[in-house]
Structures are given as structure tokens and as C-alpha cells.
Design a protein around this ligand. Structure first.
Ligand code: ATP
Ligand code: MG
Length: 396
């Protein structure tokens, strides 16, 4: 069997992809895969009839092909990935390759063959291919059963113009849309559990995410900044963060805490954060802000208080976790790989100058009135000017 090449097949959902969107979506996904899978021995990545095929270098080990398929499955826009082979269009070769491909899908009990002929210049039709390859597999796997409806594994055999692709082992991907397909947003990114998950969810819907982290510096250490950098490195692996702005925020909180009514402090900090994030959004051509808030989780996340923070800005504020339970968010954070970082202790601006009994039903007029005692516009300008930035994943 000479021309046997390892491939990874990347499938995406076509639901919601209409007309010219589709070609853009596919190109975006190919570019992201190329950029994010650079550590694997890839020869080329091509779009072929409704899916993307990653061609691996000759001699790529099976285990490495599997790891490549797992890495690809975590990239937004990918619905499923399969490990398989490209081989010549010869029924003897195809049957032998099918045996190898099916073995890779262990453990399973039932299977079926699904053959397809994209080119009618191949002498056998799909029914005949199903029968012949099925017979070879039954002989090679005498303890397995053929099951036409809902089998454990389906072995796909696809004959195209000059070659044949055979694959069985398939894993589920994260789905969504490729990063870069849905515009740009600014995400308020703390080192807590929630906002990394919120950022990831927006990236999974195709948004390019720019993070803004408010550090308690100089009133606290810079420990939270290191944690946010670690979180960003996790998000970067799947292309889910483009850049992070870090801003020292401690002195402004101190100012607010010295002069504002204690119960309104948190709302005033949060409004200032939103205004800074909005100014950064304008610089970054981003059209919305994103937070990790979830309804009722803490005092600042009541409907009244969310209205008070929204009132500070004119950009829309997206809260992808608003209806999510903490336990679900924790599961997502574990899956994403940020949970262990987020549970390390680091003081950030959230832990600074907290009042004993914060307002839970803020009134917009009252908060605006309290805010008018501070030179907010000048502060926003100062804070943005003092921001440090770091680049992560760049769409090409
Ligand atoms: P998280 O786990 O994301 O920190 P939280 O449950 O601690 O959220 P809050 O502290 O009220 O809740 O923060 C609500 C949201 O405000 C966060 O999800 C995040 O989007 C934003 N935020 C809070 N603190 C910061 C910070 N230091 N830097 C950037 N954004 C922040
Ligand atoms: Mg927090």
C-alpha cells in the first residue's frame, strides 16, 4: 500500500451558512486551522466538498494524527473531526485501509459502511462498495455486528476524482463559528472563573475578543495580571483571544472609596470599568462589550444594578452567562482549562475597598449624581493612556 497518507477530516455544521457566507466561513476556518495547528506535521489543508481535509506528512504516527484531530476539534467552527487515510482508488487497497480505519475506532460493537462516489468515473457504485468493503470488514472483525440504524461507528469511504478517503474514528468538536466571522468585541477579563468562560463563548460564536483587565495595582500586587496572562494563553491555543489590555485601576478605586457613599462604590467602580472598556472598544473598532455576569450571582448582578452599569455606556453589553448557574460555568471552565488558574488566589481590583453593605437595587439617577463628583472623562483618558497591551492570537 504505497500512497497511503494520514489525514484529519474536519466537519462543520452547515446550518445557518447561507450563500456567500459559506465561502467566507470556510476560508476563515482554513486560515485559523493553519495558524493554530502549526505544531503538527501538516503538508496542506484543503476544502473538499463540504469539509476540510488536513493532509499530514508521510510517516506521521497514528497517535500524532489523533492528537491533531483532538486539537482541531477544540477550534471554534469545528463540529467534528475524524482521523483517516487517503489511498488509491483500488478496491483491494480500500478494503485493507478500511480495516485499519475501523480498528482505530475501538471500542465499539456495531458498525456500518457508508460509501460515496463523488465521481462517476469509478466503476463501482456506492451500494456495491458498501457490500464489498462491508464483507472485508465482517471477515476482519468477526465479533462485531453490522447495524444499519444507529450503529456505534460508521466507516466512511469517499471516492473523489483521483483518490479515496477512508475514516471511522470521529470525535465531537466545540461547534460554533470560526473566530473572525462575527466582528470584534471587548471583554472585561478578570482572573475569576466567569469572564474567561464568557470570552470563550463569544469567540465560539466567531467574535474576535480583545480583553481588558483591571489590576488593583498600585494598591495591590500585580499577581492577577500574571493569572490573566495564563488564562489568555489557554484561550489563545484555540484562537479565542487576540489581545489583552492591562490597566492599573487601584488609585481610581481609592479615590472613589474616599469620597463616594460606601453603598454605591461598587456601582461606581463598575461604571468606570465599562467606560474604559468602551473607550478601548472605539480604539479597537469593537462594537460591543462582554462581561461574565450571571443574574443574581452577587450584589452587583441584580437587574437594577446591571441597568446602572449599562447606563454608563452606549455600546451594547453582552452577558453570555446571564442565565447560567455557577456549577455549569465551573464545568465549562474545567473543560476550557482555565478553572485551575482562576481558583488561585490573587487580589485584583475586585477585592479592593469593598463596602460592607453594597447597594443591591441601584437607581440610575442616584448613581449618576454620585458619579458627577468625579472627573470621569479625564480619568478614562488617563487610564486608557496608561494601559499595557499584549498580543495573542492574530487572525491572518
Ligand atoms: P469573574 O469570575 O469573571 O471575575 P465574578 O463572579 O467575580 O466574575 P464580579 O467580580 O462582579 O463577578 O465581576 C463581574 C464581571 O465584571 C466579570 O465577569 C468581568 O467581566 C468584569 N470584571 C470584574 N472584575 C474585573 C477585573 N478586575 N478586570 C476586568 N473585568 C472585570
Ligand atoms: Mg471577579
Amino acid at each position: 500500500m504505497d500512497e497511503l497518507q494520514r489525514v484529519v477530516l474536519v466537519h462543520y455544521h452547515e446550518i445557518g451558512l447561507k450563500g456567500h457566507n459559506r465561502s467566507y466561513f470556510e476560508k476563515r476556518l482554513v486560515k485559523n486551522l493553519q495558524a493554530l495547528l502549526h505544531a503538527y506535521p501538516i503538508v496542506t489543508i484543503h476544502r473538499i466538498s463540504g469539509r476540510i481535509i488536513i493532509f499530514l506528512k508521510e510517516g506521521t504516527e497514528d497517535a500524532l494524527a489523533c492528537r491533531c484531530a483532538e486539537a482541531a476539534a477544540r477550534i471554534p467552527g469545528v463540529a467534528r473531526t475524524s482521523t483517516g487515510f487517503k489511498c488509491e482508488r483500488d478496491m483491494d487497497v480500500m478494503s485493507a485501509v478500511a480495516i485499519r480505519a475501523l480498528a482505530e475506532a475501538e471500542p465499539f460493537v456495531t458498525f456500518k459502511v457508508h460509501a460515496r462516489r463523488a465521481h462517476t468515473d469509478f466503476p463501482l457504485d456506492s451500494m456495491q462498495m458498501n457490500r464489498d468493503i462491508g464483507a472485508a470488514l465482517c471477515e476482519a472483525f468477526p465479533d462485531k455486528q453490522v447495524k444499519m440504524h444507529d450503529p456505534d461507528v460508521t466507516l466512511f469511504c469517499e471516492v473523489v476524482q483521483n483518490a479515496c478517503f477512508i475514516y471511522a474514528h470521529t470525535i465531537r468538536g466545540v461547534g460554533g463559528l470560526p473566530v473572525g466571522a462575527s466582528g470584534r468585541v471587548v471583554c472585561l477579563l478578570s482572573s475569576g472563573i466567569d469572564s474567561p468562560v464568557a470570552t470563550w463563548k463569544m469567540a465560539r460564536r466567531g467574535a474576535v475578543c480583545i480583553g481588558v483587565h483591571f489590576s488593583g495595582r498600585p494598591q495591590t500586587s500585580d499577581a492577577s495580571e500574571y493569572l490573566v496572562d495564563e488564562i489568555a494563553e489557554v484561550l489563545e491555543r484555540t484562537g479565542c483571544i487576540a489581545k489583552v489590555y492591562t490597566v492599573p485601576f487601584g488609585d481610581y478605586q481609592k479615590e472613589i472609596s474616599l469620597c463616594a457613599p460606601p453603598s454605591l462604590r461598587i456601582l461606581l467602580y463598575r461604571r468606570l470599568m465599562m467606560k474604559v472598556a468602551e473607550a478601548i472598544a472605539h480604539l479597537e473598532h469593537a462594537r460591543a462589550l462582554v462581561t461574565g455576569e450571571s443574574l443574581g450571582q452577587v450584589a452587583s448582578q441584580t437587574i437594577d444594578n446591571l441597568c446602572c452599569t449599562d447606563d454608563a455606556v452606549s455600546l451594547p453589553v453582552f452577558r453570555p452567562l446571564i442565565g447560567t448557574d455557577k456549577l455549569e460555568i465551573i464545568d465549562d471552565a474545567k473543560e476550557l482549562g482555565t478553572f485551575d488558574i482562576s481558583t488561585q488566589d490573587a487580589p485584583d481590583c475586585c477585592t479592593l475597598f469593598m463596602p460592607r453593605s453594597p447597594e443591591t437595587h441601584g437607581k440610575v439617577e442616584v448613581v449618576r449624581e454620585a458619579e458627577s463628583a468625579f472627573p470621569i472623562d479625564a480619568w478614562v483618558e488617563e487610564i486608557v493612556a496608561s494601559a499595557e497591551t499584549k498580543l495573542y492570537f492574530r487572525e491572518s
